[in-house]
Each structure stands twice: as structure tokens, then as C-alpha cells.
Design a protein around this ligand. Structure first.
Ligand SMILES: C[S@@+](CC[C@H](N)C(=O)[O-])C[C@H]1O[C@@H](n2cnc3c(N)ncnc32)[C@H](O)[C@@H]1O
Length: 264
């Protein structure tokens, strides 16, 4: 069970990420990026699983904007789930979104429980992508879709010194793999129509602007919300992240895959 000491997404970190990335989001791009991840996917009336839901901003969108019938959000940290539950209640969506604290490892759901499995920038924390995709395949109904975005690494070589500096600055449990590994593991799990989209150019450019904002107009706001020490730490995180985005070693990207069969 995740204890207080294991919490990676502290209140201060969440406050900073939400300020930079938008209310309810612990990942970049907001609703526009979610729209691109979901391009061509029909969620209307579907049962959706969100792996690594964080503070739940995406789940509100999945119901409000994409008419999902029900979303189950899972995460390994209770404080972010509490925030998600409050958000769903404020939006009057508690009956449409449920949240579960899970242990890292197998998904605690019956076979064929979901029409859509979604995840945004959370699988980077999960070391065994092959096991994860086998399990995602298992919990999907035939014809079900897996749609996600994640932060990957350009190749399987050891990380560069710049990447090691970035990962150390983040201080989060990152387990990066190259896009080719994701693609191969999805196919091995049995998925069809596997497609990946590189988002490095988009985020390299946006992250530069975020870095300028954090050091400039947002600086005093972030100090007020998260304290001086965490704000200064985050400036170094963004600086180091921009280096590995510019070099192309850090490769945010989208993926989509279909479980063979017919979705009734
Ligand atoms: C970068 S945040 C993204 C949150 C959310 N998807 C968003 O886009 O705002 C990653 C989330 O994944 C969660 N996480 C880490 N390991 C996990 C695991 N094994 N299973 C489910 N969630 C996990 C973290 O606690 C965190 O809330």
C-alpha cells in the first residue's frame, strides 16, 4: 500500500503542475491535447478505464465532452484520488465517475470490463509495459480501444547525462521506454491497428514557453501556492526537461490500438 512517505505527487507539486498545465491536469496540453489523443475514438455510452487519473480533470472531460457512460479512474496515490472525488462531486458527476486506489501491478478488474482504456502520461511510472498491455487487452471488450499518451525515450540505449540530470531533478519514479517497445508490446498482447504519434516537436516548443512563464509571470504565484523551495526546484526541472526535449531524447507521444472483435 502506498504510504505517506511514498507520495510522489505532493500537494505542492500538484499546485505547481495545475498552475502551469491547467485546473485538474497533471500533464500538459489540457482539453486540446486530450482531443488529439481521442481523435477518431467514440466514447459515447462507453465504459472507460483511466489508468493514472491523477486529480481527475480528464475524467470530467470524458463524461461531459465525450459522453462516456461511466469512467473508472485508478491511481496509486490517495491524495490525488480525494481531489478527483471532490472535483467529480462539484461537477455533479459522482454517479458517472468512480475512483479506486490500486496497488502497482495487475489491474483489479474482471476480463472484458471496459470498452475503452485511456491513460495520460502515467504509464511512464509503470516498469513492465508488456505486462500492462497484456492486462489492458484482458480488461477490454472485443473491439475495445486503448488510447493513451505517455512520455517515452528515443531509444533503448542507456540514458544520456542530460537525461539522468532531468530524471534526478524530477525525483519521480520514471521508467521510460522507446516508442518501438510500446508498439511491439501492444502487438504481442494481441492488439491490431496499433498507431503511434510523436509529440516531441509540440511539447519541446510549449515547454520552452512554460519555462519562461515559470521563471517570469508565474514565479510569485507559484511561490504563494507551493513555497519558494518547491518553486525553485521546479524551475530546475523545467530547465533540464527542455534540454532533453530539444535533443529529442524525451519523446512524448500518443498511441492507439484496437482489440480484435466486435464491440456491441
Ligand atoms: C503525470 S500524472 C498524470 C495524471 C493524469 N493522467 C493527468 O493527465 O492529469 C501520473 C499519475 O499516475 C499515477 N500513477 C503512478 N503509478 C501508477 C500505477 N502503477 N497505476 C496507476 N497510476 C499510477 C500517479 O500517482 C499520478 O497521479
Amino acid at each position: 500500500m502506498t504510504t505517506q512517505e511514498d507520495i510522489e505527487y505532493s500537494q505542492q507539486l500538484v499546485a505547481i503542475l495545475e498552475t502551469v498545465w491547467g485546473e485538474g491536469f497533471l500533464s500538459p496540453g489540457g482539453p486540446e491535447e486530450v482531443a488529439m489523443v481521442l481523435e477518431g475514438s467514440d466514447l459515447n455510452g462507453r465504459q472507460v478505464l483511466d489508468i493514472g487519473c491523477g486529480i481527475g480533470g480528464v475524467d470530467i472531460l470524458l463524461v461531459h465532452e465525450y459522453q462516456a457512460a461511466h469512467v473508472v479512474g485508478i491511481d496509486v496515490e490517495e491524495p490525488v484520488l480525494e481531489e478527483s472525488r471532490r472535483r467529480a462531486a462539484r461537477e455533479g458527476l459522482s454517479e458517472h465517475i468512480t475512483y479506486h486506489l490500486v496497488e502497482p501491478g495487475p489491474l483489479p478488474f474482471e476480463d472484458e470490463s471496459f470498452d475503452v482504456v485511456f491513460s495520460k502520461d502515467a504509464m511512464i511510472h509503470i516498469p513492465d509495459k508488456a505486462a500492462l498491455f497484456n492486462d489492458v487487452f484482458r480488461v477490454l471488450t472485443p473491439g475495445g480501444i486503448f488510447v493513451a499518451s505517455d512520455w517515452m525515450r528515443c531509444d533503448a540505449n542507456p540514458p544520456s547525462a542530460d537525461m539522468r540530470t532531468y530524471i534526478k531533478a524530477e525525483g519521480l519514479s520514471f521508467e521510460m521506454a522507446p516508442p518501438e517497445n510500446y508498439e511491439a508490446s501492444l502487438k504481442e498482447a494481441g492488439f491490431e491497428n496499433v498507431a503511434l504519434r510523436d509529440r516531441n516537436p509540440w511539447y519541446a516548443e510549449l515547454a520552452r514557453r512554460e519555462y519562461e512563464q515559470i521563471k517570469g509571470p508565474l514565479y510569485q504565484i507559484l511561490i504563494k501556492r507551493a513555497g519558494q523551495a518547491e518553486t525553485d526546484r521546479i524551475i530546475e526541472v523545467w530547465r533540464a526537461m527542455c534540454v532533453v526535449l530539444d535533443s529529442g531524447e524525451l519523446r512524448p507521444g500518443h498511441m492507439r490500438a484496437v482489440k480484435p472483435g466486435t464491440n456491441s
